[in-house]
Design a protein around this ligand. Structure first.
Ligand code: E4P
Length: 187
């Protein structure tokens, strides 16, 4: 299992990078909002200068047409950008259209195995089940990680399961034991 860092803080990225265990970074608009007005583009480029791996940048639009247009902009910032698109009906269409253009997609806000299956079939490179938010509503977020890994590996779908919304170290160990390909660690 690889470790990504879940942050928009360049200080946190630099601090973690020195150990050689971080292979990528995931960001979202909430994380960027904590960064005091730096532009999203500037911060993604700064992060990409430190970590040579996938850097997720998230769309904030909601229709398929708008998501595709926004994804093109985000992907233009750096070759390592992976665009995060939420898995709803509009998002699924956008995922398919973007992947046909060669834009790599991290499907975010996955809460069920079928959402993961659909995103993988549409061509997403990364599937992000939200472990902590499922736990928050009395579900078993780690069971969803196991289900997504089983689906992807049974059917050779090519997507990688990225355990997201992790809240504590036990989640990380459990994600590794469940076969997650990546865990993104809060900064
Ligand atoms: C990562 O891609 C997600 O945006 C992040 O892990 C969400 O975490 P949260 O549920 O703690 O907000």
């Amino acid at each position: 299992m690889q470790l990504f860092l879940d942050t928009a803080s360049i200080d946190e990225v630099r601090a973690a990078a020195k150990y050689g265990v971080i292979s990528g970074v995931t960001t979202n608009p909430s994380l960027l909002a904590k960064e005091g007005g730096v532009s999203y583009k500037q911060r993604i480029i700064e992060i990409a200068d430190v970590i040579d791996g996938p850097i997720s940048a998230e769309c904030v639009t909601r229709t398929a047409d708008d998501l595709v247009a926004e994804a093109r902009v985000l992907a233009s910032w750096h070759p390592n950008v992976v665009v995060k698109i939420p898995i709803d009906e509009q998002g699924l269409e956008a995922i398919y259209r973007c992947t046909r253009e060669g834009i790599r997609i991290n499907t975010t806000l996955i809460f069920s195995p079928n959402q993961a299956l659909l995103a993988a079939l549409a061509g997403a490179s990364f599937l992000s089940p939200f472990v902590g938010r499922i736990d928050d509503i009395s579900g078993d977020g780690m069971e969803l990680i196991q289900q997504c890994v089983q689906i992807v590996e049974t059917h050779n779908l090519g997507a990688r399961v990225l355990a997201a919304s992790l809240r504590h170290p036990l989640h990380v160990a459990q994600a590794a034991m469940a076969g997650a390909h990546i865990a993104t660690i809060p900064g």
